[in-house]
Design a protein around this ligand. Structure first.
Ligand SMILES: [Zn+2]
Length: 311
């Protein structure tokens, strides 16, 4: 199994410690604990020559009383790691205790440029996904009462009706349909020019992964695949906002496809030779047009690589 970008988190999530409020309070006061501040969902980055996540010690921050940091886990030395969302204003790069320490950067750009070690990307993805979930889960879906955060950020409780709500990871299937020496890629209107990727879509309630793969390929391109020939490849945490990409390979029954223009703007079957060129940064020229495949950070890249390595 390849290790996809945003996976490989080295922290021990220490789920058994989350309920221990005294232990959590002690860790938040422990000078050896580490807190990752995020501003506008972007993690603090320190170190100009060798950038890394800007974990700071608790004493450096005044944590507001109603602001509960989320426990990310323990490192090998058993030091607790937390994530904390900073208010939008003032700008913490210029004001307050973090001014001049580093800068806040977009996680997708950091991953695209491989600007951080893989372990740091995975920790930042965990922090981002949990902070986005906690922001979206503020009111009870049953009775609309405000929710209270519990278990170091991993649970919300409704004091009105007793509902318990847990962090979500939304499953998305992404699949490379192939036939003989060719693979099917398409592009959405929002993609950069010349950029093609494997079709993807959310798994719907009451559906298996295989059924979701078959349905999505049919909806997006009227491509038929046999459920029993769908193979799981690997998965990828995708913190936009808190999805899990499930990479699959599927064998199409024939090349004919049809686009209704709703999801895919254009699509095409690409030969292995074309795909080998498309995964290079310069792309592949076909009939005077440049075609590009997803970058290394995306699981679609792994799916294409896996197909290319097969005879
Ligand atoms: Zn409720």
């Amino acid at each position: 199994m390849p290790q996809t970008t945003f996976s490989g988190n080295p922290l021990n999530r220490a789920a058994h410690k989350r309920r221990d409020k005294i232990w959590i309070a002690k860790q938040l006061a422990n000078p050896k604990s580490l807190i990752l501040p995020l501003w506008k969902e972007q993690p603090l980055i320190i170190g100009k020559n060798k950038p890394q996540l800007g974990f700071i010690h608790p004493g450096l921050l005044n944590i507001p009383k109603n602001h509960n940091p989320i426990l990310l886990g323990l490192n090998a030395q058993n030091h607790a790691h937390f994530a904390l969302a900073l208010p939008n204003a003032p700008n913490p790069e210029e004001n307050g205790p973090l001014a001049g320490l580093g800068h806040f950067d977009d996680l997708r750009n950091l991953a695209l440029q491989a600007a951080l070690p893989p372990a740091d990307l995975a920790i930042a993805a965990q922090a981002r996904a949990l902070l986005l979930w906690t922001r979206s889960a503020r009111f009870c879906g049953y009775c609309a009462h405000p929710l209270r955060s519990e278990e170091a950020g991993y649970k919300k409780i409704c004091e009105e009706c007793g509902a318990e709500i847990f962090p979500r990871a939304d499953p998305v299937v992404i699949m490379l349909a192939t036939l003989n020496d060719k693979a099917f890629l398409g592009r959405q209107k929002t993609f950069p020019p010349g950029f093609y990727s494997a079709p993807a879509g959310f798994v719907e309630p009451g559906e298996s992964l295989e059924e979701a793969v078959r349905r999505e390929l049919w909806e997006e391109a009227r491509l038929s695949v046999k459920t029993e020939e769908i193979l799981y490849h690997a998965s990828q945490p995708w913190p936009y906002p808190h999805s899990l990409m499930i990479g699959c390979a599927a064998r199409a029954e024939k090349e004919n496809f049809y686009l209704d223009g709703e999801e895919l703007e254009e699509a095409r079957w690409f030969s292995k030779d074309e795909l080998r060129q498309m995964i290079r940064p310069e792309g592949c020229a076909i009939n005077d047009k440049i075609f590009r495949a997803p970058p290394k950070m995306a699981i679609a890249y792994d799916l294409i690589q896996n197909f290319l390595q097969k005879n």
